[in-house]
Design a protein around this ligand. Structure first.
Ligand code: NAD
Length: 492
């Protein structure tokens, strides 16, 4: 990675940001500061959108949809524009990654791959789907013809969190656009900058004005206004369960819009004594909980270990935690960057205090570090002896805190793995193929990794079971969220 270029990009001033509505920058009624978690300094301001701003964006999106420049464009034309967007994201990858890192503190090595890298891949994947996913001719009786059309829904509202905003934003925006919809996006107030840049890129690449609009601001104001808006047909959300519940209230109070939720997790990482390589399991598992300082929805935050290797693996995890290079996320050597906000750091600290009070044993970490930087950093932390009823075993921390729990039998491992309200991700480490398949079947989660953790690509869905959500990002399945099926029943 080009350190000189990174430093040059990081030294650039970020001008005050405005709303992107109807293909141009517009002033919001007010502004709010953006603080960089790297050093605690103000980076810029973003617009703090009001209900009226959100209404303007939705009306604009609706007019663009009705105008048909995108919704009724030939599939080949939509495909061309989306490929151009992917090319532009790739060409500006480092610029986007550095901007995102300054905003939310993800380490640059991971940000470059997961943010512009993944976003470009996602635009490409759905660009290719545009002229390959077709409607159906149903197998009806002779004399009748049943056609199933796939139509865009209209206006899609998108609300995303602070972690990986470009990647998660693209997971929703790209299939929504591929299906022919218009979009109003509300990024997290903690990390809006790359998504504003994406809107500009899309416009430069020929996405007609009004098809992608970005309104920044507070969840309780701009987010709520989008959730309650009668002009939004489908709302797709990634974030916490608490806000997900609010969105379900909004749809009931407004126009019964469809809402798809991608929520949190407390993902079990189950290591059996017959794992092919315990050292490799420890190395990958450490990355699975400590990268991006644990601010990863699928983070393997519960390590369930067969008792005979419990001591050895816990020691390896502690060693890996202590060896993590935590620090300035703009340094390509950094393995774990900053916690995105001071509020989140305080939350992480709260979990650590409760874990100690509840009787878990602190093995390593447990405190804020690098205070001299002015930034928000937390030591990779391991707690052993975490009981299933401890808060650390049940609630999502969204920080670099691992809960270790030993087990004796496969049945106990399954019971522990499924013993939370969540069901987002899991992993099983075993050299026994039959056991691997038994565990895949038994674990309640949207993705079960075997002898690895993380890394799934665009071809497979990501979505939660239980209280981790009801939708799917990625893969061709995600397109279904953004279409209405319409049957034509014809008497011949
Ligand atoms: P959050 O729920 O606090 O915020 C998410 C978004 O919702 C933000 O844009 C916020 O402004 C908005 N919001 C807040 N209050 C709102 C309201 N009343 N009405 C409408 N919108 C509102 O989540 P976060 O703290 O930004 O992100 C962390 C959470 O996201 C974690 O729970 C994490 O697990 C989850 N997450 C899930 C996935 C997944 O794929 N399942 C991926 C990444 C993150």
């Amino acid at each position: 990675m080009d350190r000189v270029r990174i430093d040059a990009l990081a030294a650039e001033a970020v001008p005050p940001q405005r709303l992107f509505i109807g293909g141009r920058w517009q002033d919001g009624a007010a502004a709010m500061p953006v603080t960089s978690p790297i050093d605690g300094r103000d980076l810029t301001t973003i617009a703090d959108a009001t209900e009226a701003d959100v209404d303007r964006a939705v009306q604009t999106a609706r007019a663009a949809f009705a105008g048909g420049r995108w919704s009724r464009a030939a599939p080949a034309e939509r495909k061309r524009v989306m490929h151009r967007i992917a090319d532009a994201i790739e060409a500006r990858a480092l610029e986007l990654a550095v901007l995102g890192v300054r905003d939310n503190g993800t380490e640059i090595a991971m940000a470059l791959k997961a943010e512009p890298g993944s976003a470009a891949g996602t635009f490409r994947y759905y660009a290719e789907a545009i002229d390959k996913v077709a409607g159906e001719i149903a197998p009806t009786a002779p004399g009748t013809l049943g056609l199933v059309h796939r139509e865009p829904v209209g206006v899609v509202g998108v609300i995303v969190p602070w972690n990986f905003p470009l990647m998660i934003g693209a997971w929703k925006i790209a299939p929504a656009l591929a299906a022919g919809n218009s979009v109003v996006l509300k990024p997290s107030e903690v990390a809006s900058l790359t998504l504003l840049k994406l809107a500009e890129i899309c416009a430069e690449c020929g996405l007609p004005e009004g098809v992608l609009n970005v309104v920044t601001g507070q969840g309780a104001v701009a987010g709520q206004a989008l959730g309650l808006h009668g002009g939004v047909d489908v709302l797709v959300f990634t974030g916490s369960g608490g806000v997900g519940r609010r969105l379900l209230e909004y749809l009931a109070r407004s126009n019964l819009k469809r809402v798809y939720l991608e929520l949190g997790g407390k993902s079990p990482n189950v290591v059996f004594a017959d794992a092919p390589d315990l050292a490799q399991a420890a190395k990958v598992s450490a990355a699975g909980i400590f990268r991006n300082s644990g601010q990863v929805c699928v983070a393997g935050s519960r390590l369930l270990v067969e008792r005979s290797v419990h001591e050895e693996l816990t020691a390896l995890m502690a060693e890996a935690a202590q060896g993590m290079r935590v620090g300035n996320p703009l340094d390509p050597e950094t393995q774990a960057g900053a916690i995105a906000s001071e509020a989140q750091l305080a939350r992480v600290q709260g979990f650590v205090e409760t874990a100690a009070q509840e009787g878990a044993r602190l093995v390593t970490g447990g405190s804020r570090i690098l205070t001299e930087t002015g930034g928000s950093y937390f030591a990779p932390t391991v707690f052993d002896g975490v009981a299933p009823d401890h808060r650390l075993a049940r609630e999502e921390v969204f920080g670099p805190v691992l809960a270790v729990t030993p087990f004796d039998t496969e049945e106990e491992a399954v019971a522990l793995a499924n013993g939370t309200d969540y069901g987002l991700a899991a992993a099983v480490w075993t050299g026994n193929l039959s056991r691997a398949h038994r565990m895949i079947g038994a674990i309640e989660a949207g993705v079960v990794h075997v002898n690895t953790y993380g890394g799934a690509d665009s071809t497979v869905p990501l979505g939660g079971h239980k209280q981790s959500g009801n939708g799917h990002d990625k893969s061709l399945h995600a397109l279904d969220k953004f279409v209405n099926l319409k049957t034509a029943w014809i008497q011949l």
